[in-house]
Design a binder for this molecule. Sequence first.
Ligand code: NAD
Length: 467
Amino acid sequence: MRLRNYIGGHFVESRGDSLLSLNPSSPSDRVAEFGAGAPEDAQAAVAAAKAALEDWRRTSAPARAEFLMRWASVIADQSESLAQATAREVGKPISEARGEAARCVAILRYFAGEALRPVGEVIPAQTHGPLQYAFRQPLGVCGLITPWNFPLAIPIWKAAPALAFGNTVVLKPAEASSHVGTLLAETAMQAGLPYGTFNVLLGAGAQVGQPLLEAGVDALSFTGSQKVGLALAELAARHNVKFQGEMGGKNAAIVLEDADLDRAASLIAGGAFRYAGQKCTATSRLIAVRQVVDAIVEKVRLIAEGYVLGPVDDPRCAVGPMISEASRERALAALGGQAGAARVEGEGYFIRPAMVRGAEPDDPIAQEELFAPVLTVIEVSNVEEAIAAANATRFGLSASLFTNDLRRALNYAEHIQAGLVRVNGDTTGVDPHAPFGGMKGSSTHSREQGPAAVEFYTEIKTVQINP
Ligand code: NAD
């Protein structure tokens, strides 16, 4: 299947050499082919979004909300085929892919409501008489650069607030999820979103990502790896483009001696190994006090052994393949002597869940994001050491603590360096209407989703009218 860009309401061929998106469960299955793109493609997409901007920002908020509700309905109607396409293109187990499609519906409905909230406030002037108010306006054209691992939800959680508040959008999905990105364009078209409000630009990140930023966008929201995010942050600063980056994680689950170990093991195994550990919020470090480390490791291991690796369209599937041969080989290399046990022969980039014991907090396996079903186990003596170990990375996305001690839970919630904090919960997932984002090197320190999204997708104008 040959994919095309969706620009100004039309599907148009992209430039450049052909790229392929392969089914990671069965790489001989070529999901799609598309052009690697060129600066002219990015310029055309931004021009279409600019052309649509004035009409869209003048569309009343209730009418914009209505468009988002219609988009939600189209996605709800097609949720099964979108989930199947997601399972095939990125190897997401079908039960999670269905959940992701449902999440998109919830996000669009939520932001349809957010579009109707008050946009400002009246502020008393220094003297009697003038009317002074400050209100939020859209930014203009928003570029959205997204990763492959949540190919439906991440584009929607950026596009929904952008559109709700009156911006137009150019989405650049990851190469490995280009088919799903194109399906989103089709749903936007079917929902009747005015031409040019939502555009999809396919291609290689290195070939169209920077040109998108330089083609005159007013803001760029990025989710992906830290390396790419920080490079884009620098570029955005040079062009004075408002920038938001949500990046990687090395998320820790801490287990204390008073924890309910069965509950902890089930949530930690799920957080570490479901979807082959390829969530930014996946649990990649288990930090346990010595009294319980053997017991928790054994319980997690038994649960992981019971996980079904594939096929991904089987509702019992929990793990699925890794996204590419390169990711699988990187994970196996990091496993060293354990790689043989983790390797799965046959077609598809599958590996078995693995745990690495005896790591120190500063070992590479405890520091680098592997994005794989690999859980590094760190032993500590007490809760203070546990929190220090959890904080000893450059990342700060999500974290969890398993304890029944309220005092220690509150102290952890205060001192843990993570944007998403759980007690007796999994490091993955967040309610679609709650703010989402990391601390330290996981983020450029703004938040997405929920009531936080308006901060990024609007700017404040202060007006004083003197009678
Ligand atoms: P990636 O950084 O390789 O790619 C992300 C996007 O950036 C893709 O669309 C890609 O085409 C584009 N890109 C690549 N090079 C570019 C360049 N030079 N200029 C502009 N754009 C470029 O990430 P990925 O492999 O798709 O996704 C996995 C990463 O995403 C992990 O690090 C994961 O933790 C992170 N992630 C973070 C969150 C979060 O909210 N914090 C959520 C999901 C994934």
